[in-house]
Design a protein around this ligand. Structure first.
Ligand code: AMP
Length: 389
């Protein structure tokens, strides 16, 4: 199937071509035709599957017909990064369609967003909290919404946003079309879907519990205290050109970034304590190749889109198997091939065993490279001096 087969407008086809997308991904091939026909959609599709274009392209076609400048489509997403990314992707896809897209999320000024809304927009991409702020302040009117998209619904549930989402839903016209995308379908999302969707087309493209095909997964068994040295060693070789490294906590993310910087490795960080401006900067630096390692915690990294990302390093084993699959999903996106490397210490063996159980197979343990002798432990006075624990 080609994009030409999907009956998109010439404006959309031109934008798709310019983005270098040669053929629709499976979720696009499955969702675009019914979405163009105005159907409700319930799709299980992971990040990296091309789901953004799967809902944006049909929205652009639907909106081209109506009156421009009034908010007619609302896309709700769990994180600022994802909202910003959807808005950017939508703007690129809508380059020739004369559709205005406005992103609304926290961590940045309220005033400029209110002004943008006042000037008029066709599509709003928003995180739940800031959207509710605008509704409370009366700077946003959702009475004209004809199309609703809930993206990464399972993550909204994980992050405790479901009550906010329900409050937003109350402010939307009943007569509308809804599309719900979620990597997984836990029971509360199934309940929400039943309430919201009218005779939806069901699309299920997840291979349950499996990262995308094409990801090479490797495990190193390593002492908790030597994880930093191991990463430095792997970065010394040419094996890892650039990597997204996940840590369990914000403090550990900071500490790892400090260690790498001390060894002259260009590094950036994204986590919940960083401002929106800092996160955007970090991501931009990484995408431009200006830093080699982007250190992140799970929530901050959810949904971020880095094309051609070579490696994911699980510096810490995630506590829940789903997070492993999400993390590893950052690599090998859209048909590129990548690697996921996991550092497993003794006390993480049982968490990792659960992940392997979920994957239904054991991941090969690689031989840990020879590391330089550990630096003598300095007298323990500060938290930082106590090492990685
Ligand atoms: P998403 O799952 O929407 O976050 O998309 C993942 C990545 O795949 C993004 O960088 C898109 O630009 C890219 N992408 C989306 N559709 C296609 C396509 N048809 N062909 C190649 N890459 C695509």
């Amino acid at each position: 199937m080609t994009f030409d087969d999907l009956k998109l407008s010439s404006a959309s086809l031109r934008a798709v071509r310019e983005l270098g997308h040669t053929k629709p991904t499976p979720v696009q091939a499955a969702a675009i035709p019914p979405a163009l026909a105005g159907r409700d959609i319930l799709a299980s599709a992971a990040t990296g599957s091309g789901k953004t274009a799967a809902f944006i392209l049909p929205l652009l076609e639907a909106l081209a017909a109506g009156k421009s400048g009034s908010a007619r489509a609302l896309i709700v997403a769990p994180t600022r990064e994802l909202a910003a990314q959807i808005a950017a992707h939508g703007t690129a896809l809508g380059k020739y369609s004369n559709i205005r897209i406005t992103a609304i999320f926290g961590g940045v000024g309220f005033g400029p967003q209110a002004s943008a809304l006042k000037r008029g927009t066709d599509v709003i991409v928003a995180t739940p909290g800031r959207l509710l702020d605008h509704l409370t302040q009366g700077t946003l009117d959702l009475s004209g919404i004809e199309h609703l998209v809930l993206d990464e619904a399972d993550r909204m549930l994980d992050m405790g946003f479901l009550p906010d989402v329900r409050r937003i839903l109350k402010r939307l016209p009943r007569a509308r079309r809804t599309m719900l995308f979620s990597a997984t379908m836990p029971p509360p999302i199934v309940v929400l879907a039943k309430e919201l969707l009218k005779d939806p087309v069901r699309i299920d493209l997840t291979v349950h519990g499996q990262p995308a095909a094409g990801v090479t997964q490797t495990v190193y068994t390593i002492d908790q205290n030597r994880k930093g040295d191991l990463l430095l060693e792997l970065l010394k070789g040419n094996e890892i050109f650039s990597a997204l490294a996940f840590t369990r906590t914000k403090a550990r993310a900071n500490r790892l970034a400090t260690l790498l910087a001390r060894h002259d490795i260009p590094v950036e960080r994204i986590h919940g304590n960083r401002s929106q401006a800092q996160r955007t900067h970090a991501l931009a630096q990484f995408k431009r190749g200006k830093c080699r390692v982007l250190v992140a915690t799970d929530i901050a990294a959810r949904g971020i889109d880095i094309l051609q990302l070579g490696h994911v390093v699980n510096f810490d084993v995630p506590l829940v198997p789903e997070d492993y699959i999400h993390r590893v999903g950052r690599t090998a996106r859209a048909q590129a091939v990548g690697d996921a490397i996991t550092f497993v210490s003794k006390d993480e063996e049982s968490s990792f065993a659960q992940i392997e159980h979920k994957l239904g197979r054991r991941i090969a343990r690689a031989k840990t490279p020879e590391l330089p002798p550990a630096a003598p432990t300095p007298p323990v006075r500060t938290r930082a001096a106590r090492g990685w624990r």
